[in-house]
Design a protein around this ligand. Structure first.
Ligand code: MN3
Length: 240
């Protein structure tokens, strides 16, 4: 077994820990060299079953999206930062300075962050609406909830190719709607309009094609039935 195999099997048995022992071979003996934070971001578990968002998002789409697409972003992010000085940084730190990193870090770090957020803010909630401070902030930024829905839906529909639509909290605490290509997000130092992502919608075809085919607008209009506004409110109130 070579060293790479050994590191791999070690990370399997210790999956779930943020720090791992680092071992190396010396004089044919395995010795512990040091303990440091490995590149070990993990695929988060969903807080619900793959069929929980039906009929708005089908179980097969959810399963492939989470267990294949998101899992690949995590694996490729870990591969891209392994052995670099990014391996002991938080994902937020990595994204805030992503202009200095290889494009694999940008694509896969963004992919991991964006999907983690996406799973968290989904829940069947037909005709649900924001309330409290978030509802007031939406009214002051956009005029009304209906105006916000239109602006956000337009951003999602109009994103050419693959990307995301966002509701962000800017540094002055106010809200804005933005959109980013690929797996970019508003935390990154490469985007024009920065802010804390409060709500995000994945408009990559892999997010909707099995059920909606080319009908992205229908997927977007159904999104309003699956937003967990309690989680979105918490993101708004805690996010900087
Ligand atoms: Mn996706």
């Amino acid at each position: 077994m070579n060293r790479r195999d050994f590191l791999f099997s070690t990370s399997l048995v210790t999956a779930g820990l943020f720090t791992q022992k680092y071992f190396a071979f010396q004089n044919n003996n395995i010795i512990e060299r040091s303990t440091f934070k490995m590149a070990n971001f993990e695929l988060p578990k969903l807080g619900y079953d793959y069929n929980a968002l039906e009929p708005y998002i089908d179980a097969q789409t959810m399963e492939i999206h989470h267990s294949k697409h998101h899992a690949a972003y995590v694996a490729n992010l870990n591969k891209a930062i392994e052995g670099t000085n990014l391996a002991n940084k938080s994902l937020n730190d990595i994204l805030a300075n992503v202009s200095k990193s290889p494009v694999a870090v940008r694509n896969n770090g963004g992919g991991h962050y964006n999907h983690t957020l996406f799973w968290e803010i989904l829940k069947v909630n037909k005709d649900g609406k924001p309330s409290g401070k978030l509802a007031s902030a939406i009214d002051s930024a956009f005029g009304s909830f209906e105006d916000f829905k239109k602006k956000f839906s337009d951003a999602a529909t109009g994103r050419f190719g693959s990307g995301w639509a966002w509701l962000i909290k800017k540094s002055d605490g106010s809200l804005a709607v933005t959109s980013t290509p690929n797996q970019d997000n508003p935390l990154m130092d490469v985007v024009e309009e920065k802010g804390f992502p409060v709500l995000g919608l994945d408009v990559w075809e892999h997010a909707y094609y099995l059920k909606y085919q080319n009908r992205r607008p229908e997927y977007i209009s159904n999104f309003w039935n699956i937003i967990n506004w309690d989680v979105v409110s918490k993101r708004f109130e805690s996010g900087k």
